[in-house]
Ligand binder design. Structure first.
Ligand SMILES: *Cc1c(COP(=O)(O)O)cnc(C)c1O
Length: 424
């Protein structure tokens, strides 16, 4: 398997070609682009097992990983990383919800976090080296990466989040004590956190450290996100439409990679909140990136989706327009979508999933629709409970947090303080 940067203009010569190990360890290409596979290995869709997720994962991931893992090792990774259920719940004649939130931190980001941690651990063990993942987070990524990498030899995590700007539940998930993880509560904004992370990569005091990042541009997060699309598609006779609540467009990109590999699909629906760059671009190519605005589906508050560069390197605009529809949903409609869904179907959706459900109500795609449910509603009680007029059921992953010790360091938004924390 070889990967090239989205900014590699050398064409067929492919001078910047790297293997997957390099793409995983670096995250971003040296020219600032995102890595893309030169070709996507085909899957034997009909021959895949319909109801054994780890087995399906092994079959799909093996061609990608076999350059540095044996079949046994891929099997062990799949059994260990995907040790939770991935149910498809039918809520109406034509709509089903694929619940991706049964992992330890209750969002679909557990798929990526757990896989990336294990892949990096495997690569570093071979090299006898250590990596520090520095990640700025305003929501689900930080806890999924911290949890997915904790206790893996050779992998340390330093996570930064803005003080007072994450929900109490999210904060509890971020600061629970984990082996090999340092949580930093930054007195500044999320943008300050991102700026500090970028700065760390250029900091001369940290030059001797191997640093990596874990946002949704890393191939190690995209690959496992292909799996659940195929797992869902296997449960239907005919191709379905996938509705994807989207922010940085990593999840959508993974679905399109799955389609490239041979999964039958009727179409994709990218459901966005008021941060509507992508749906607007699909109808008018002149649209520019925006500054992000805050909404109840905060994990999708992205003004400049990072994987847009990957999608436009993979497809011409007309191709994207023909395969993907886009919808933008207001805050008010997000909340009423939670309420309507409960009234009409008895299902309690989180605000991100509710954006997807509203997009489906609006576009009414033909045939069966699978809405990806990206987070558990108990992560967002401040939005969900007023909408449904009762308490949400709290899963054990969250109740257990209350009994666990936490640890966090307060930090000014200062590059020197971050370097101290990384070196410490
Ligand atoms: C990250 C996230 C999204 C957006 O996913 P992208 O891959 O960035 O498009 C949607 N919902 C939830 C709950 C998330 O955590």
């Amino acid at each position: 398997m070889s990967f090239v940067s989205t900014r590699d203009t050398s064409g067929a010569v492919g001078s910047g070609r790297v293997d997957l190990a390099t793409a995983l360890l670096a995250g971003l290409a040296p020219d600032g682009g995102l890595y893309l596979p030169e070709h996507v290995p085909p899957i034997d869709f009909a021959g895949l097992p319909p109801d054994d997720f780890p087995e399906l994962a092994t079959r799909i991931l093996t061609p990608w990983l076999e350059e540095f893992m044996t079949l046994r090792e891929v099997e062990a990774l799949a059994a260990d990383a995907f040790s939770f259920p991935v149910p498809l719940v039918r809520i109406s004649d034509s709509v089903s919800i694929l619940e991706l939130f049964h992992g330890p931190t209750l969002s679909f980001k557990d798929f990526g976090g757990r896989t990336l941690g294990r892949l990096l651990g495997h690569l570093l063990q071979e090299k006898g080296e250590e990596v520090t993942i520095v990640v700025a987070t305003s929501g689900d990524t930080g806890s999924a990466v911290a949890d997915g990498c904790s206790g893996i030899p050779g992998v340390r995590v330093v996570l930064l989040y803005p003080a007072g700007q994450v929900s109490p539940t999210q904060e509890q998930q971020l600061i629970v004590e984990r082996e090999g993880v340092t949580a930093l509560r930054v007195h500044g904004s999320f943008d300050d956190c991102q700026r500090l992370v970028k700065g760390a990569f250029a900091d001369s005091r940290l030059r001797h450290k191997r640093l990596s990042t874990a946002n949704s541009i890393n191939m190690g997060r995209l690959l496992p996100q292909m799996l659940y699309y195929v797992h869902a598609a296997k449960q239907y006779e005919a191709p379905v439409t996938f509705c994807v609540p989207s922010g940085n467009l990593g999840n959508l990109t993974a679905g399109m990679l799955a389609a490239e590999s041979g999964m039958p699909v009727a179409g994709f629906l990218a459901a966005h909140n008021r941060n509507d760059f992508f749906p607007a671009w699909l109808s008018n190519a002149e649209r520019a990136f925006n500054a992000s605005v805050q909404t109840p589906s905060n994990a999708m508050d992205v003004g400049a989706p990072s994987n847009f560069e990957r999608l436009t390197a993979m497809y011409a605009r007309e191709e994207l327009v023909s395969r993907v529809s886009g919808v933008s949903v207001t805050d008010k409609d997000t909340v009423s979508s939670i309420r309507c869904t409960l009234q009409e179907t008895g299902y309690v959706a989180d605000p991100h999933t509710a954006v997807g459900l509203e997009a489906v109500r609006r576009l009414q795609p033909e045939g069966q629709v699978v809405v990806l449910s990206t987070a558990h509603p108990a992560k967002f009680p401040e939005t969900v409970e007023p909408a449904i007029g009762r308490k949400v059921t709290v899963p054990p992953q969250l109740t257990q947090l209350q009994q666990m010790p936490s640890s966090v360091q307060d930090m000014e938004a200062d590059a020197g303080a971050l370097a101290d924390a990384i070196l410490g």
